[in-house]
Design a protein around this ligand. Structure first.
Ligand code: ADP
Length: 321
């Protein structure tokens, strides 16, 4: 029987420098001769997990509240609907919202009999998030960087992601520890999607994300302009709440692809709050069309890239949703 996973607080006497990945020896070809220390062992385990995932996609922005988690969830759903095996790694340690957006708030992760963490499965997605480890959803995580490093290792290497076509990593805002460590551990990131809203202050931040991705040598799949205008529900005239077109202009200016605009849509908020991913239920409304079109562009990018760079083939899609 799988046992429930507990979070070990930084101050807990249960935490020590002893290697916590010994159980992984069972899946190692070198178990007889292994000389790795804890750091080496955890890196090896992340590499082993990542080997089985075709495309690792980072969703990022330098600003919070622009719709990263919303886009991550809906883009992942869109690709799962095409029949791909998709996972979401919610790397937002302080504000883990993905479980809420898929109706899985309050769920707990279990440990498999093999010792790995079983990702939570919902809507054909595999999900791992700090949210599943909190006893109470109001509990804040107050951690220094060393503890985050350990946790990021666990989310990438401790979780039994198994064979996936896509792993979306929802990064917290900014270009700090979580982003740097994630990129370092994954090693070969397939590409990143930068989410922005159209107004100047948000664009200023997303330009930093572009520079960060370029400096980190991560291919930029493109910029998404989220909350890009809306239709007045009464007179059907367009309203540009956060202005419109800024994301596209910034993409052109910085020489990176533009993936499309997603309108500001109250239904997207309502369905996220209810835990029902919008893209699962709609296909022909403008917001849904925008999301599915962006997901298709991500898919095209990854396929193009795997024909240029050798990506071990798992012949996607595995099965029809
Ligand atoms: P982030 O991950 O960047 O912090 P979230 O995805 O949590 O942002 O989104 C912040 C809020 O904005 C959520 O309430 C979400 O439902 C809402 N939201 C995101 N995108 C849209 C959109 N296109 N239209 C309306 N609301 C949106």
């Amino acid at each position: 029987m799988p046992t429930e996973l507990k979070i070990i607080q930084p101050s807990s006497p249960e935490r020590s420098d002893v290697c916590t990945y010994m159980w992984a020896c069972a899946i190692c070809d070198e178990m007889e001769t292994c000389q790795k220390d804890k750091e080496g062992h955890s890196r090896w385990l992340v590499a082993k997990r990542m080997e089985r995932i075709d495309y690792k996609i980072l969703v990022m922005s330098n600003k919070g509240g622009v719709g990263k988690s919303t886009m991550t969830t809906n883009l992942a759903i869109s690709l799962a609907l095409k029949g791909y095996e998709v996972g979401i790694c919610d790397m937002d340690i302080h504000g883990p919202n993905i479980p809420k957006m898929v109706g899985a708030e309050g769920q707990k992760l279990k440990i498999s009999t093999g010792g790995g963490i079983i990702p939570y499965q919902v809507y054909n997605l595999k999900i791992a998030s700090m949210s599943f480890l909190l006893q109470n959803s109001d509990d804040p995580i107050i951690w220094r960087d060393a503890y985050k490093y350990e946790f990021i290792n666990q989310l990438l290497g401790g979780v039994e992601w198994q064979d996936l076509n896509y792993l979306f990593v929802d990064l917290p805002p900014g270009t700090g520890n979580e982003s740097v460590t994630t990129i370092d551990l994954i090693g070969e990131v397939t590409g990143c999607v930068i989410v922005s809203t159209p107004q100047e202050v948000a664009l200023l931040d997303s330009r930093k994300s572009v520079t960060f991705a370029k400096d980190s040598e991560i291919p930029i799949i493109g910029i998404v302009e989220n909350m890009s205008g809306m239709e007045c529900p009464h007179c059907h005239q367009p309203i540009e709440v956060f202005r419109k077109g800024g994301g596209e202009a910034a993409a052109a200016d910085m020489g990176v692809p533009f993936l499309g605009r997603v309108p500001l849509d109250p239904d997207l908020v309502t369905q996220s709050d209810y835990g029902e991913p919008y893209a699962l239920f709609h296909s022909d409304l403008p917001t849904a069309e925008a999301i599915h079109s962006i997901a298709n562009k991500i898919d095209e990018f990854c396929k193009r890239r795997s024909s240029l760079v050798h990506v071990p083939s798992r012949k996607p899609p595995f099965k029809k949703a």
